[in-house]
Design a protein around this ligand. Structure first.
Ligand code: 6GU
Length: 237
């Protein structure tokens, strides 16, 4: 997978992708992330990329020309499966969307800043508009990092334990079960006996019940969806 991110704040993203799991994925050659500075694509003096909103009002709007020039250059080099615009008025990102997007080979992510981008750029170039939740960030950069992380970690070979992405919260529409590690007792606090038993079948049952209990308690909305989607009556207790 190759992700090209277009932003006015490239430094903010470069440090993010130079660390963590995303660095490893890039070193292994599984994923490539390229960050492009929108200012490199403007023809205006002082490297201007934004201007006042027509009709008035506070806040600057990203201009269409540098966006057009950057996207056109990228598209002249390869075919893109998606041009994703990060915006609080987009469709809310979730695990299902992450799974779908992780099948793409080449994607462009455009980060909005200030008041957003000229509406004509959205209409002309953008295939998907994505928000990461119902709150407002000062720019799309953090959201682009969130989406990139969620996609890249799903690519086989990125996580050291290949099965672990499959047992994540939300992956099978239940929250993940409780986990424990050594020591077996800490200041009088113990680990559930069954997890120390070596009985894989019983452990699996315990984990499933833990996932059910947590989901029911913390996210009743997800739990209801889960019981409705599942034809299995055992899951409805
Ligand atoms: Cl994608 N951008 C901004 N600026 N704010 C957000 C967002 C995106 N998603 C949630 N809030």
């Amino acid at each position: 997978m190759r992700i090209d991110i277009i932003t006015c704040l490239p430094k903010l993203l470069e440090s993010f992708f130079a660390h963590s799991i995303l660095k490893r994925a890039q070193e292994k050659g599984i994923a490539e992330v390229h960050v492009h500075d929108l200012r490199d694509f403007t023809l205006l003096k002082h490297k201007q990329v934004d201007d006042y909103s027509y009709g008035g009002g506070a806040g600057m709007v990203l201009m269409i020309e540098p966006i057009d020039r950057c996207i056109s250059e990228l598209k002249s080099q390869r075919t893109y499966d998606a041009v994703i615009y990060m915006t609080p008025d987009g469709k809310t990102f979730d695990q299902q969307t992450a799974n779908r997007f992780s099948m793409f080979t080449n994607i462009i992510i455009l980060c909005g800043h200030y008041k957003g981008v000229d509406e004509r750029a959205r209409k002309a170039f953008v295939t998907h508009e994505i928000s990461i939740g119902d709150y407002v960030l000062s720019g799309g950069e953090l959201a682009a990092a969130v989406v990139s992380d969620a996609l890249i970690r799903l690519i086989p070979g990125v996580l050291s334990d290949e099965t672990s992405a499959l047992t994540d919260s939300f992956q099978d529409s239940l929250l993940a079960p409780a986990v424990y590690t050594r020591p077996a007792e800490y200041k009088g606090m113990t680990v559930p006996e069954i997890l120390l038993s070596g009985n894989d079948k019983e452990i699996e049952k315990w984990r499933f019940q833990s996932a059910i209990d947590r989901t029911k308690e913390r996210r009743p909305d997800i739990y209801i969806k889960y019981t409705n989607d599942s034809g299995d009556d055992r899951k409805k207790n």
